[in-house]
Design a binder for this molecule. Structure first.
Ligand SMILES: [Fe+2]
Ligand SMILES: [Fe+2]
Length: 235
């Protein structure tokens, strides 16, 4: 693939910003997109495509050829972005509207409540992945590189399995659809009031983001890890 420069990209390209806002700039002086973010060119391009395209016919297998460590660091950078930026931004919008319109729009009370509960579930989901799922995959990667003793490898394979995580990986983004349902029922007879439209927009973008994130976990990371696990078990 030809290397792209920052100038090649349309200024204000929303998807580009959506994807790169979580990445650390490694070479601020470089205008070469991929030197700048220290991520394989093709991986970055495929992730951008994933955000731009419909999920149904996306060639996930292509993403499975990349080093699992790179896929993992993208996912971890995303977790960080959700906790440090996305969730606080949505909360700020809620607080702002609540203090301004809380009395005229009683729905804001239930939305705030819903969102706080949702936030707790999402934080728990991310914490489980960061504390159990990802470290397990990192051990599988280390094992496949020959960095662990065979006793260590056997212990990992005996105590954990990718299937356990896979079975408990909820599509947490689906709950966010409830927000739009709540808002639409509330404002079905008249035009949706401004605070809800702004909030809805933020939530819908976040839902898209989480959906793509889960796709990378389920269709890229899990198959890669399963393959590592399978090969290690055969040894
Ligand atoms: Fe995640
Ligand atoms: Fe997840």
């Amino acid at each position: 693939m030809e290397s792209k420069t920052l100038e090649d990209l349309v200024e204000g390209n929303k998807m580009y910003q959506l994807v790169t806002e979580r990445l650390e700039v490694k070479n601020p002086s470089s205008t070469d997109l991929f030197e700048r973010f220290d991520m394989e060119a093709e991986l970055m391009a495929l992730i951008l495509d994933l955000y731009n395209e419909d999920d149904t016919d996306f060639p996930y297998e292509k993403l499975q050829n990349f080093p699992p460590d790179q896929v993992l660091s993208y996912l971890q950078a995303s977790h960080k972005l959700y906790l440090s930026k996305k969730l606080p931004e949505i909360e700020l919008t809620m607080e702002h509207f609540f203090s301004r319109y809380g009395e005229s729009h009683p729905l804001l009370t239930s939305l705030t409540l819903f969102f706080n509960q949702y936030k707790n579930r999402l934080v728990a989901h991310i914490r489980m992945e960061e504390k159990e799922f990802f470290p397990f995959i990192k051990r599988l990667i280390a094992a496949s590189k020959g960095e662990l003793t065979s006793a260590e490898v056997n212990e990992i394979l005996a105590t954990k399995s990718i299937d356990d995580f896979n079975d408990h990986h909820d599509p947490i983004e689906d709950d966010l659809k409830e927000v739009s349902a709540l808002i639409h029922t509330y404002s079905s007879k008249e035009e949706t009031p401004l605070p809800f439209r702004v909030f809805l927009n933020q939530v819908e973008l976040f839902e898209l983001e989480l959906r793509k994130h889960a796709i990378i976990e389920d269709h890229v990371l899990v198959p890669i890890a399963k393959e590592l696990e399978r090969t290690l078990k055969q040894k």
